[in-house]
Ligand binder design. Structure first.
Ligand code: 5AD
Ligand code: SF4
Length: 433
């Protein structure tokens, strides 16, 4: 989400004559896009800000700014008390970044942190870094108010772009050679532009170009309608991979989190999605050590993981956030208990991911080729429809390049899977059939 937001900010700045540099020593302006979801994310930003002080010493004219969720939460502290930054700009005020920078260049510190009920940056063309994959933010904000979560406060109320504007952007991206698009929203499946729902949007986007792979994240179980489940099944280019955060396997904790579903309801939902979309992969988010969580609650989370067998999971220790409802519940699970529970969750997930990947050895997977692997140029990588990373040799050792079709970035190729870990598949590229 923040990557997509940074591209929107670069789009706004690009229209105002700014260009992007990846080298901080070259920069006149340094903007940090921040996240408040857990304390660790905020700590990271403080470290980065202190690191930027070094550059500011060398170049006192350097403008340093904070964008995103921390802006709203910590504006006073950042600008007034700690004097760490020259500008602070919240997630709904990015149109003001040129003006704030201009003011800062003239020595005045500025803040813009109002949340909006309508801002979707519908008309802004994000400045994307080159590549075959692109993000499109289709809705902003969240109205779910899970008791642990700061997002409804930092990003405001839900609002959606029009279907027409999203489809238009997909057309442009497809013409520019993009091969994979991820539709983004904090709560993407509650998308609604008054006339159309998320299933309509997904179908319309998929129909722009059948060779484009379409993904979406993040879905809330409550908004996973039958229509949406059937739409995912209806088109081959809609990836059979769903990120469906469960958070906990205990009904008592789910209720305390205000997640609006029970364990049973979630299990039935997953079963329905699997029935309609055979072979679909699931990932999830899990929080360890939420307020009042007992060993019995924790055991329910472990048993749910064993029952569902997720392909992957993002797993976190509960981090109390000021302003949220659960902040008032107290943070009563000791940190060492949280850590132990988290480690148990991670261990189970790793072994399940490994077992699921083991079953793929010897099969042929269709991979969207992304390019040479980051570690060694002798290997390439891509992803399966189910979002698994595949590392492969660009050509088998016993076939000379002249007869073998070398891979090209952005094409779909078949790879025979030879080896796996819990996180990665390794295989050999097959010739075109
Ligand atoms: N503590 C720990 N994890 C959190 N998440 C959101 N808020 C918190 C918090 N206060 C996790 C949830 C969510 C993901 C994006 O971050 O699992 O799905
Ligand atoms: Fe936060 Fe997601 Fe819950 Fe919204 S649905 S409050 S973004 S955890």
């Amino acid at each position: 989400m923040n990557t997509a937001d940074s591209e929107i900010v670069m789009g706004v700045l690009g229209e105002n004559g700014y260009t992007y540099t990846s080298d901080i020593a070259d920069a006149d302006v340094a903007l940090l896009n921040t996240c408040s979801i857990r304390e660790k994310a905020e700590e990271k930003i403080y470290h980065r800000l202190y690191a930027l002080k070094f550059y500011k010493k060398k170049n006192p004219a350097l403008v340093v700014g904070i964008l995103g969720c921390m802006a709203e939460r910590l504006r006073k502290e950042l600008i007034e008390e700690k004097s760490l930054v020259d500008l602070v700009c919240g997630p709904d005020e990015y149109r003001k970044t040129p003006e704030l920078i201009e003011n800062a260049l003239h020595g005045s510190r500025g803040i813009a942190v109002k949340l909006s009920r309508v801002e979707t940056y519908d008309d802004i063309i994000p400045l994307r870094t080159e590549g075959i994959a692109a993000w499109i933010s289709v809705m902003r904000g969240c109205d779910k108010f899970c008791t642990f979560c700061v997002v409804p406060f930092t990003r405001g109320r839900e609002r959606s772009r029009t279907l027409a504007s999203v489809v238009n952007e997909v057309h442009l991206l497809s013409q520019n050679g993009v091969k994979e698009i991820t539709l983004l929203g904090q709560n993407v499946n509650s998308y609604s532009d008054e006339k159309y729902d998320f299933a309509d949007l997904l179908a319309a986007v998929a129909d722009v170009d059948a060779s484009l792979r379409i993904r979406f994240t993040t879905s809330h179980p409550q908004d996973m309608s039958d229509k949406l489940i059937e739409t995912i099944a209806s088109r081959d280019n809609l990836c059979k991979y769903i990120h469906l955060p469960v958070q906990s396997g205990s009904d008592r904790i789910l209720q305390k989190m205000n997640r609006t579903y029970s364990r049973e309801h979630y299990l039935q939902l997953v079963e329905k999605i699997r029935r309609v979309n055979p072979g679909v992969a699931f990932s999830t988010d899990i929080i360890a050590g939420f307020c009042t969580e007992t060993e019995a609650d924790h055991a329910e989370t472990l048993s749910l993981m064993r029952e569902i067998r997720y392909d992957g999971a993002y797993m976190f220790k509960y981090s109390p956030r000021e302003g949220t409802k659960s902040y008032e519940f107290g943070d009563d699970v000791p940190d060492d208990v949280k850590t132990r529970r988290l480690n148990e969750i991670i261990k189970i997930q790793q072994s399940i991911s490994r077992e699921l990947n083991d079953m793929l050895v010897g099969t042929t997977e269709t991979v969207l080729v992304e390019g040479p692997s980051k570690k060694t140029k002798a290997e390439w990588f891509g992803r399966t429809d189910t979002n698994k990373v595949v590392i492969f040799n660009p050509a088998p050792a016993d076939i000379s390049d002249s007869v073998f079709d070398a891979p090209r970035i952005g094409e779909m190729r078949n790879v025979c899977i030879k080896n796996v870990t819990s996180a990665t598949l390794f295989g050999e590229l097959l010739p075109y059939n």
